[in-house]
Design a protein around this ligand. Structure first.
Ligand code: SUG
Length: 432
């Protein structure tokens, strides 16, 4: 274990608070968990409380934690653009009757997965020394394609100080960009200029490739990253259900934790990385110890790899990893005082997991200096008191059960709009 470093910069995780419309509609082709659980009843209350418990765990470990608010769902403004008019309830009733799939896409709580909110380049890496953030266009999946306007608005509210943080518009056109889920960074120590890596998918396999190489290049240009690496995800990983890179790899500080079959052209990629980051530890999990299938079913790599204030490193894993024997055996062999990762915490985010969203999907990492952190809108930072208040509100107002039929009921729409408004009001009160 290393001595406690003086942290000039630290990573703050911003999680999406899971909205009251969380449901299992099976909208994401290539996301095997979401397809498997399609049509099952969901429990939005349990989902949101599980997400909040994860945020509380981070707080208890001494880490910085912020949050995004749930977006308005059903998204009436978006439905109006398809020609539905009248009151919000009339818009929904007509859309549900005439275009039920479109209505379900307008109802999705998918903005909870904040790893897909944006790509963040920390200040030490960028040409102008500011943090650069680009909201993801999420152009590939219709139910996610209408997240970005509200995400952009929230990013502007959360990070209002342009001296520290530049916020861009999403990449236009049909060049898919899914944000930090396809972004990695290695740097040692964390506040030094790092190597930024974006991972794109090549289309042509059984499932859509959601991250385009064009978007990766555009983001690096806009962020002032001159020497970013753009690499291809392995077609085998995409075909096995890794619809984002963060399902098969995660990087933090000087560690790249990845499955053996995560990347298409691994040897030159690893060579370049080691040249540029000589102390890099590549913690690669061999396929003969953990198959791609087990890695994807358990979401081993969708864990949060974090450095605690005492300098030790911990992995925040979904409990499915403890329930998948080859994964558990690998963790038992690897995690401990002598390895690069000292502790494992298993958490229950099963409602999100059933839609293909693990611990790392639920958060957006923002590496900040103390000064930049002070400029963050405090209403979006979590402490125990706010966590208590959010928890009580969710426990009182989030639905406990949503079936596919409930999605079309006017009383559901009224209840979920009201629940969200209460939460937004609570957060805004905190600012007043
Ligand atoms: O985009 N699931 C999300 C899961 C996103 C996970 N994020 C990361 N890997 N970073 C998706 O596929 C399913 C919703 C539904 O089918 O109702 C969904 O959108």
């Amino acid at each position: 274990m290393t001595a406690a470093p003086l942290l000039a910069m630290r990573e703050v995780n911003f999680d999406g608070i899971i909205g009251p419309t969380h449901n299992f509609a099976g909208l994401s082709q290539g996301n095997l968990a979401a397809t498997l659980h399609a049509g099952e009843p969901s429990n939005p209350r349990r989902a949101a409380l599980q997400g909040l418990a994860k945020m509380r765990l981070m707080l208890s470990l001494g880490l910085g934690q912020g949050f995004f608010l749930p977006q308005v769902r059903p998204d009436v403004g978006w439905l109006r653009r398809f020609g539905f008019d009248g009151t919000p309830a009339q818009v929904c009733a007509r859309a549900w009757a005439e275009e039920p799939l479109l209505f379900v896409q307008a109802f999705s709580a998918s903005a909870m997965w904040a790893a897909n909110a944006a790509t963040v380049s920390p200040a030490p890496d960028t040409a102008d020394g500011r943090i650069h953030i680009t909201p993801a266009n999420l152009a590939t999946m219709t139910h996610r394609s209408h997240e970005w306007p509200e995400t952009l608005a929230q990013l502007r509210r959360i990070f209002p100080d342009e001296r520290y943080i530049a916020i861009h518009e999403p990449i236009p056109g049909r060049f898919g960009d899914e944000g930090a889920a396809n972004f990695m960074r290695v740097a040692d120590p964390i506040g030094d200029p790092g190597v930024e890596i974006m991972v794109y998918g090549e289309s042509g396999g059984p499932y859509p490739a959601r991250q385009s190489a064009e978007a990766c290049r555009a983001i690096f240009r806009n962020h002032g990253i001159e020497d970013g690496l753009i690499i291809q995800q392995s077609p085998a990983a995409l075909a096995a259900g890794a619809f984002h890179n963060d399902v098969v790899a995660v990087a933090h500080e000087s560690i790249l934790f990845a499955h053996e079959q995560a990347f298409a052209h691994k040897a030159p990629f690893y060579r370049t990385l080691i040249e540029r980051c000589p102390d890099l530890v590549i913690l690669e999990v061999p396929a003969n110890e953990v198959s791609l299938e087990d890695a994807i079913a358990s979401y081993l790599f969708n864990s949060q790899l974090v450095t605690l204030p005492d300098g030790s490193r911990a992995l925040i894993l979904p409990m499915e990893c403890a329930e998948t024997p080859p994964v558990k055996a690998w963790l038992d062999r690897t995690i401990g005082a002598n390895g690069p990762i000292h502790a494992a915490h298993f958490i229950d985010v099963r409602e999100s997991m059933h839609n293909g969203g693990g611990p790392a999907c639920l958060r957006l990492r923002v590496l900040m200096s103390a000064e930049a952190e002070r400029s963050v809108n405090p209403a979006h930072l979590l402490d125990e008191r706010t966590a208590d208040r959010l928890e009580a509100l969710i426990a009182a107002h989030w639905p406990e059960r949503l079936t596919p039929a409930d999605i079309g009921l006017p009383q559901t729409w009224e209840a979920v709009w009201e629940a969200r408004t209460r939460l937004v009001t609570l957060v805004e009160e905190d600012l007043a």
